[in-house]
Write a new protein. Structure first.
Ligand SMILES: Nc1ncnc2c1ncn2[C@@H]1O[C@H](COP(=O)(O)OP(=O)(O)OP(=O)(O)O)[C@@H](O)[C@H]1O
Length: 427
C-alpha cells in the first residue's frame, strides 16, 4: 500500500503513532519503531492480526519503510479520533460522571471478555491504553499481551505499577484476573483522575504495597453503592475471588449503564465531531494545526541500546550521596517486560518528559556478584545486604542518572533475582 506519514498522534515507550493516509484517501494510525527496536511492535502485529472485535482497535496491516536513513517497522491500525480514556478524564476535570464510567467500563469489559475467551491476557489495562472512538471505548496497546496458557510459565511480567494486581507485583503470575484488577484501578482512574494509590510516591513502594500488604485501593466515595459493589468484584486481593469479565457483564452496574448507551454514544459522537480530529486527508486545517515539533522530540528518547553500560550506570549510582528521593510522577507512561540475553529482566518506562525509568532484575553473579554490590552501594547499605535487592533508577535523555532507590529484602541462598520488585539495574 502506498501511504504518506502525517502528524504525530502520540508516543509511548516503544513506538510513535502518527496519522497516515493512503493514496486512495483512507486515514489510519501508523505505529512505528526503528527496525532494531521493533520486537514489541511485531509481537503486537501478530496478536492484533488474530483479533476482531468492536471493542479492540482494528488491525489494517504492516510494512517496512526507509525514512531519513532509518529503517522503520510500521503497524497500521484503525484510526481512533477521540484520544485515550486518560485524556478524556483529564478533559473533564479529572472525573467522569458515573453513568459515563459505567458506559466505558461496559465496553472495556466486553473487550476483555472477548480477549480472555480467545486465550489472551492484555497485561496493561489502564486509561492510557483505552482509546475512545465514535462508538466508545476500544482496547489498544497489546505490546505486553500474553497467551493465557503461557502465563503460568516463567514469562516476563509486564504492566504499569499502579495498576498491577498483587500477584503481578509479587512476580508470581499474570492471568485474566490480573486484567480484572487493572480494570478496577481504571474505574478509580475514571472516578478520581488517576490516583489509585494516593499516598505512595514511587513505583517500587507502590509494588510493595500492592504485593505485600493486605490493603486495597480506596474506593472513590463519589461512586454509588452499585458501582462500589462492581469495584469490589474486581479489586479482590485473591485472584480466584475476582469475578471474570463474563460475570461482570451481568453485574447490575453494567446492565444499567447499557440501557443508557444510546445517549452516551450520541454524546461521544458530538464531542468527537467538534474536536479537531481529521476524518479524511482533506481536513487540512487539522494537519497544519498539529505541532510538527512533536515528532522531532521522539528522537530525544533514550532507547536501551543507546544507554551506557551497566558498569557506567553502577558507577553513577555509587556516586549518589543522597538517599532515595522520589516524587510520584503521574505521567509515567508504561512499563515493558523484556528478557536480555543473560536472562535478566528489564522494564522500561518513559515519563512525559521523555526520561527513561528502568526497572529490572539482574542475576548478580553474571555481573560480578559481590563486586557489583560494592560498586553499587555505599558501605552502610552494603552491610545490610543479605541477598535480593530492590530499586529503581531513572535516567535522563542524556543517560545521566536522575533518581535512584535501592532497598533489600530477606536472605536468599543465591543472588538470583528473578523479577522486578526486587531490583533494578540492567546490563
Ligand atoms: N489507533 C490509534 N488511533 C489514534 N491514536 C492512537 C492510536 N493508537 C495509539 N494512539 C495514540 O498514540 C499513543 C501511543 O500509543 P500506544 O500506547 O499504542 O504506544 P506504545 O509505545 O505501545 O505505548 P506504551 O508506552 O503505553 O506501551 C496513545 O496514547 C494514543 O494517544
Amino acid at each position: 500500500m502506498d501511504w504518506i506519514r502525517g502528524p504525530t498522534l502520540g508516543r509511548g515507550s516503544t513506538a510513535t503513532v502518527s496519522l497516515g493516509n493512503s493514496i486512495s484517501g483512507d486515514v489510519f494510525a501508523v505505529k512505528s519503531a526503528e527496525l532494531d527496536q521493533f520486537q514489541f511492535l511485531q509481537r503486537e502485529q501478530k496478536i492484533l492480526s488474530s483479533l476482531s472485535s468492536p471493542y479492540v482497535v482494528g488491525y489494517k496491516g504492516c510494512d517496512i519503510t526507509r525514512e531519513n536513513n532509518k529503517v522503520m517497522y510500521n503497524l497500521f491500525l484503525e484510526y481512533i479520533p477521540g484520544g485515550t480514556l486518560a485524556d478524556k478524564v483529564k478533559a473533564h476535570g479529572g472525573r467522569l460522571e458515573e453513568s459515563v464510567i459505567g458506559y466505558y467500563t461496559g465496553q472495556i469489559v466486553q473487550g476483555l471478555d472477548y480477549l480472555h475467551s480467545n486465550g489472551w491476557v492484555h497485561c496493561d489495562i489502564k486509561g492510557r491504553n483505552v482509546l475512545i472512538g465514535e462508538t466508545g471505548a476500544k482496547l489498544a496497546d497489546f505490546g505486553c499481551a500474553k497467551r493465557v496458557d503461557a502465563v503460568e510459565a516463567a514469562t516476563p511480567i509486564g504492566g504499569t505499577p499502579m495498576f498491577m494486581a498483587p500477584e503481578v507485583a509479587r512476580g508470581e503470575e499474570q492471568g485474566c484476573s490480573s486484567d480484572i484488577w487493572a480494570l478496577g484501578c481504571t474505574i478509580i482512574e475514571m472516578a478520581n483522575g488517576g490516583v489509585v494509590w494516593p499516598d505512595v510516591n514511587d513505583p517500587v513502594s507502590v509494588m510493595y504495597r500492592i504485593g505485600f500488604s493486605d490493603q486495597l485501593p480506596e474506593f472513590p466515595c463519589c461512586l454509588s453503592e452499585q458501582a462500589r459493589d462492581f469495584l469490589d468484584k474486581c479489586l479482590r486481593r485473591d485472584p480466584k475471588q475476582r469475578w471474570t469479565a463474563n460475570q461482570l457483564l451481568k453485574h447490575p452496574f453494567l446492565v444499567k449503564s447499557n440501557s443508557n448507551s444510546h445517549s452516551h454514544a450520541k454524546q461521544i459522537q458530538e464531542s468527537n465531531s467538534s474536536s479537531n480530529s481529521p476524518t479524511s486527508i482533506l481536513d487540512q486545517g487539522f494537519w497544519s494545526s498539529l505541532d510538527e515539533s512533536e515528532s522531532e522530540n521522539v528522537d530525544n528518547l533514550v532507547h536501551p541500546s543507546e544507554e551506557s553500560s551497566a558498569k557506567e550506570r553502577i558507577r553513577r549510582l555509587s556516586l549518589l550521596s543522597e538517599g532515595p528521593s522520589w516524587d510520584w510522577d503521574e505521567n509515567w507512561i508504561p512499563v515493558r517486560g523484556n528478557c536480555s540475553e543473560d536472562g535478566d529482566t528489564m522494564m522500561d518506562s518513559v515519563d512525559a518528559a521523555g526520561d527513561v525509568i528502568r526497572y529490572g532484575s539482574v542475576y548478580l553473579e553474571s555481573h560480578g556478584g559481590e563486586q557489583l554490590l560494592d560498586d553499587l552501594l555505599d558501605t552502610n547499605i552494603r552491610s545490610r545486604i543479605s541477598g535480593d535487592f530492590l530499586g529503581v533508577c531513572k535516567y535522563g535523555k542524556d543517560s545521566s542518572l536522575i533518581r535512584s532507590n535501592v532497598e533489600f529484602n530477606k536472605h536468599k541462598d543465591t543472588l538470583l533475582i528473578p523479577y522486578i520488585p526486587r531490583l533494578i539495574l540492567q546490563a
